[in-house]
Design a protein around this ligand. Structure first.
Ligand SMILES: CC(C)(COP(=O)(O)OP(=O)(O)OC[C@H]1O[C@@H](n2cnc3c(N)ncnc32)[C@H](O)[C@@H]1OP(=O)(O)O)[C@@H](O)C(=O)NCCC(=O)NCCS
Length: 132
């Protein structure tokens, strides 16, 4: 049974700015080392689009979380690093939850999550389905 869906869009240009600002802590406070490594390892030196898609995925998870304590849109304390985007060897994205977010997801009865990403020109989009 589907227990939550979420969708979000992010502007890639904002992540170009973050990548070009060595003083910002935004990247290290919102992305896991694995996500940053994935984005930087992709071809064309265009890490920003992969980060934008991952940011959209994290926001989409928060939307899909609905009113779950510790996860929903009203909870501004969500640590974005606790929502991690991974990729299979074939490139398909998936979600791994950690810490408080993992606890909230478990309380929702979620057993499977589904994620789809796309990026084109200056926009990245993510859709999430949480399933019990
Ligand atoms: C996979 C494919 C659908 C991506 O579409 P695209 O228009 O090139 O790119 P989009 O911007 O829409 O989507 C990119 C996202 O697709 C996702 N993606 C990549 N491979 C995927 C797969 N096998 N299944 C599901 N999603 C996939 C990734 O999340 C990627 O973003 P990320 O690298 O930041 O994680 C497209 O490359 C394709 O159809 N390829 C043909 C099959 C192929 O060559 N597969 C290669 C792996 S064997």
């Amino acid at each position: 049974m589907i227990v939550g869906i979420g969708i979000d869009v992010a502007r890639i240009g904002q992540f170009v700015d973050a990548l070009n600002d060595p003083a910002t802590r935004f990247l290290s406070t919102h992305f896991t080392p694995g996500e940053l490594a994935y984005a930087r390892a992709q071809a064309h030196g265009d890490a920003a689009r992969h980060l934008a898609a991952r940011y959209a995925a994290k926001e989409a998870v928060i939307k899909a979380g609905g009113r779950a304590e510790g996860l929903g849109p009203r909870d501004r304390q969500v640590d974005f690093r606790e929502i991690e985007v991974i990729n299979t060897a074939a490139g398909a994205p998936g979600l791994v939850f950690h810490g408080v977010v993992a606890d909230a997801i478990a309380r929702m009865g979620v057993r499977r999550s589904h994620l789809s990403l796309s990026h084109e020109e200056d926009l990245a989009i993510a859709m999430v389905i949480l399933e019990s």
